[in-house]
Write a protein that binds this ligand. Sequence first.
Ligand code: PRP
Length: 205
Amino acid sequence: MITVALAKGRLAEQTIEALERCGIDCSVLSEKTRKLVLDEPSGRLRFILVKPTDVPVYIENGVADIGVCGSDTLLEEDRRLYELLDLGFGKCKLCIAGYAGFRPAGGGILRVATKYVNITKKYYHDLGENVQIIKLNGSVELGPVMGLSDVILDIVESGSTLRENGLTVLAEICPVSARLVANKVSLKTKAQEIKPLVEAIKRVL
Ligand code: PRP
């Protein structure tokens, strides 16, 4: 049996669609239930439903063999995982955003609100800029709007959250998409089960 860590939230629907296109029966995933461990009827796959940022944790520790999460999460978490496929959905961009034309006042330290503390550190370190990072867990756009921060580092998909809060992209950092990742040991010990699944997913992308 292969254990698959699935990110709840924005990637869930497209992940399930891709699995179903490979002939995997995902009906247990559309049941109205609070269960977090769900077995595919054939008994070949077990799904665990986890927070997107926890997908790499379950896989690195070998609790899940494979999983799907965004490349933003992989970049932030920097775990020892094997990246098998770019799934091509869940596309968005990591950006710096704030009020149009914003420039930090001379001498002041830029305050950056974000869920991505490690990416933010690296981004500004590479620019040689000293910044104050303010960790938030959601609704990051409130940072500049309420004066908690000068800018944010966050994902932008449609851009509507920025627009509706009067903010704009100030710099694009990198594109983001969903990735199929695997535990390195599982890839060896369960190669006979994982490889055909990866090939089947490749065919339907
Ligand atoms: C994400 C992200 C932005 C928004 C971007 O938040 O943090 O707030 O989506 O999407 P858009 O460009 O299509 O508007 P999410 O919806 O995951 O919720 P959160 O604020 O609770 O993290």
